[in-house]
Write a protein that binds this ligand. Structure first.
Ligand SMILES: [Fe+2]
Ligand SMILES: [Fe+2]
Length: 156
């Protein structure tokens, strides 16, 4: 990212990142040693990097905000009775929590609800959602393997 791109990205990310409700995500581990907030931040950054790199015209603000809230489910899924089904039901829970705590536009709601495509069959409606889907998978794989090799990768 260029300095200008980084400044734009951070102008959309930081107000939400500083919100105490969003910081609740530091309490939960997502993959390996990565907290939910670190994961969401990494996904937001990766989504923005892809859009900037390939010059894809997106609503950057909505994409970054949707990405930061995409896993706003606020529980430890490792200790859930239905842990194996977490992949299917957490986007709906994340969306419900995010709509309760923040005002979201249609793109932001689409990003959160459909980020697990193709595991869940909700087809992304916007290119912002497609980019977050890709970034989420990329970051998840890195975080998963980082826990094996005990070194941090894909940190925002
Ligand atoms: Fe997710
Ligand atoms: Fe995720």
């Amino acid at each position: 990212m260029t300095k200008e791109q980084l400044r734009e990205y951070e102008s959309y990310l930081n107000p939400l990142l500083e919100d105490k409700k969003v910081q609740q995500m530091t309490k939960y581990i997502q993959h390996g040693n990565t907290t939910c907030l670190e994961h969401c931040q990494a996904v937001a950054r990766r989504s923005a990097e892809i859009a900037y790199k390939y010059n894809i015209q997106v609503d950057m603000k909505s994409m970054v905000r949707g990405a930061l809230l995409h896993d706003y489910f606020l529980y430890d899924w490792h200790h859930q009775k239905l842990g194996n089904l977490h992949g299917f039901y957490h986007p709906g829970i994340a969306l419900r929590n995010a709509m309760r705590d923040f005002e979201l536009n249609e793109i932001e709601r689409d990003v959160i609800r459909k980020h697990m495509f193709p595991l869940t069959l909700y087809l992304p409606k916007y290119k912002e959602t497609v980019l977050v889907c890709l970034a989420d998978k990329d970051c998840t794989i890195r975080e998963f393997f980082a826990s094996f090799f005990k070194k941090a990768v894909c940190k925002a």
